[in-house]
Design a protein around this ligand. Structure first.
Ligand code: CTP
Ligand code: MG
Length: 230
């Protein structure tokens, strides 16, 4: 399976002065944990890191210190995640029929989850890891007034990995450019094009490290995993 890792963000909500993926959690950078999970996932055979060229020297230094056996390609990132993934799709080898896309910032996803998504995408056109939401979710208008309360049994929190048929995802990205759609994940492009996207049960610990608090939670989870392993 081919894996694209969007890693070209700036981490505004983290309040850091550089790409948050270089921040350390449990003695390793966020991107190092993500890459180690990809290395440990037996289904993954090729990794593309989509990132800003100004960050490449730092990424290369990190990779040099990791026991990676899989090829890692560098792909130029875009101004938005959507543009970054678009660039990633153009850089896939021509023989790639399916692709997994997994945010660099989701450094706690297990190799098991990557493998489960890689296996499942062989039998459908599009899928995402997701978990049922625990909170009651409100739809609120611009003036802060609640408009509705969707039935929680239909609400799932989207995660990555997300898996797709490459040709279909390329077509959906092209349609997104034509129509001016702005989306925060790739599944949304499939949905807008009317193509089915399945759910694979995600992991509660598979959080996207977005704020300083997430960094503290990630630290806790990684140290807990280390203690459990002994
Ligand atoms: N990403 C990307 N290209 C962009 C923006 C984001 O590849 N132009 C990546 C990020 O590096 C991250 C993933 O998409 O791995 C999810 O994005 P997010 O958590 O929003 O990261 P940032 O955009 O860096 O953070 P923020 O939105 O707080 O600035
Ligand atoms: Mg962002």
């Amino acid at each position: 399976m081919y894996l694209l890792i969007p890693a070209a963000g700036v981490g505004k909500r983290m309040g850091s002065n550089r790409n948050k993926l270089f921040l350390e959690v449990h003695s390793k950078s966020i991107i190092a944990w993500t890459l180690l999970a990809a290395e440990a996932a037996s289904s993954i055979r090729w990794i593309g890191i989509i990132s800003q060229p100004s960050d490449w020297p730092d990424f290369k230094n990190i990779i040099a210190d990791l026991p990676l056996t899989k090829p890692v390609e560098f792909i130029i990132g875009g101004a938005t995640r959507q543009e970054s993934v678009y660039n990633g799709l153009q850089a896939l080898p021509p023989e790639a029929e399916q692709v997994l896309i997994h945010d660099g910032a989701r450094c706690l996803a297990t190799p098991n989850l990557l493998n489960a998504c890689a296996a499942a995408i062989r039998h459908c056109s599009g899928l995402i890891a997701a978990i049922p939401v625990k909170d009651t979710i409100k739809v609120v208008d611009d003036s802060g007034i609640i408009q509705s309360t969707p039935d929680r049994k239909y609400l799932w929190a989207a995660q990555t990995p997300q898996g797709f048929n490459v040709q279909l995802l390329k077509q959906c990205h092209a349609e997104g450019i034509r129509q001016g759609w702005e989306v925060t994940d790739d599944a949304a492009l499939f949905e807008k094009c009317g193509i089915e996207v399945r759910i694979v049960e995600g992991e509660e610990t598979n959080l996207k490290v977005t704020t300083p608090q997430d960094l503290a939670i990630a630290e806790f989870i990684l140290s807990h995993r280390e203690r459990v392993r002994g």
